[in-house]
Design a protein around this ligand. Structure first.
Ligand SMILES: [Fe+2]
Length: 353
């Protein structure tokens, strides 16, 4: 229980003698009291200082104690209210209890009864507050643990994404390199730190949906059938589906889902175009293509950075967002990307996605 000196009681009664008697009796008990003669001034006091308990007459000139009670319930639900009432008004007092008053004391009152009622009302208030604080504490704990769990799960997914690639010499390190490139591009564009962090995360998990594509298709040498290509295409929606349960940021999910859209609308999964494609996804698409081109493939050696840049320029405005292409070229002048992956002889070929 809070100490009584810090417990503020507001006494509202139009009779000065009643206010005086109550103030003396309650201050003797150690409470600190503020007085008010009507509802309007009581409301002004409630607006300006914290009050724990209101002791209010019902019948007063102007607005009644029941009006005051309604205002208190609406604006300061944790304040407890005790009504003072003449015997003739017991019906109104009972109505006040129904509206949420804690108790009523009949006039002419016995001061001991007032003291006891005040004490009990404050105990109840204390319990309600303790209960709320405990609930808030629990909610905070649950939230912390949820965040921790999500982080752990996300960490496992990133590790899994890298492990999947490591099985294939041609795509080994692809996710890590694409992430490095896209982050350098986001920095080059001068995006805010938080946005760069979101783009980094999208880069780290963008191909996680490949878990759901059979290795037979993923690593098939030679040309894919239409049906097989459809399976590959599904990896973007699958990535989104897997990540949805742990990433609550719709923007990051959209970057992942749309990293194979083309600027001219001929990409997948939805065929959206231009600026309808989220910026992060447009940057990712260029970083992804650049890394694929500068990596060895079973059917061709890695392109030189110059040649890859030429390819990006050729697709500038059709396959790729023109600005994203320019950003990559500018960023690359400052940071050297892509240690080109070498595929050991005899390894199974892989496919970029
Ligand atoms: Fe992909």
């Amino acid at each position: 229980m809070p100490d009584r000196q810090n417990t503020k009681i507001l006494i509202v009664d139009d009779e000065a003698s009643v206010r005086g008697v109550l103030k003396r009796a309650l201050e003797e008990e150690g409470y600190s009291c503020t007085l008010s003669a009507d509802v309007e001034s009581a409301l002004r006091i409630l607006e300006s200082i914290p009050v724990d308990l209101v002791l209010s007459d019902i019948m007063m000139p102007g607005r009644s104690g029941v009006d005051l009670l309604k205002e208190i319930r609406g604006k300061w639900p944790e304040i407890v209210t005790i009504m003072l009432t003449a015997v003739v008004n017991t019906k109104i007092a009972i109505q006040a209890m129904k509206l949420g008053a804690y108790d009523y004391v009949m006039k002419p009152f016995d001061l001991d009864e007032v003291r006891l009622s005040v004490e009990r009302a404050l105990e109840k208030r204390h319990l309600i507050q303790a209960n709320r604080e405990y609930r808030e504490f629990l909610e905070l704990k649950v939230e912390e643990q949820t965040v921790e769990l999500r982080e752990t799960f996300l960490g496992s997914l990133k590790a899994l994404a890298e492990a999947l690639e490591a099985k294939d010499a041609y795509t080994n390190g692809h996710t890590r390199r694409v992430t490095e490139i896209v982050v350098a591009m986001a920095k080059e564009k001068g995006l805010p730190k938080e946005e760069i962090a979101r783009i980094r995360l999208a880069g780290q998990v963008h191909d996680i949906g490949k878990i759901g594509v059979t290795e037979e298709v993923l690593r098939k040498p030679g040309k894919l059938t239409d049906e097989e290509f459809d399976r590959i295409k599904e990896h973007v929606t699958l990535s989104e589906k897997i990540l949805k349960s742990i990433i609550k940021d719709e923007g990051i999910l959209a970057m992942v889902k749309y990293h194979h859209e083309r600027y001219d609308g001929r990409g997948y999964p939805d065929g959206i175009s231009g600026e309808d494609i989220p910026l992060g996804a447009r940057l990712l698409a260029v970083a992804d293509a650049y890394d694929a081109m500068t990596s060895n493939r079973p059917y061709r050696p890695a392109m030189t950075p110059e040649k890859a840049r030429g390819q990006l320029l050729a697709g500038r405005g059709s396959q790729f967002d023109p600005e994203a292409v320019d950003i990559l070229i500018e960023a690359e002048e400052k940071v050297s990307f892509c240690p080109i992956s070498a595929a050991p002889a005899g390894e199974q070929p892989g496919k970029s996605g």
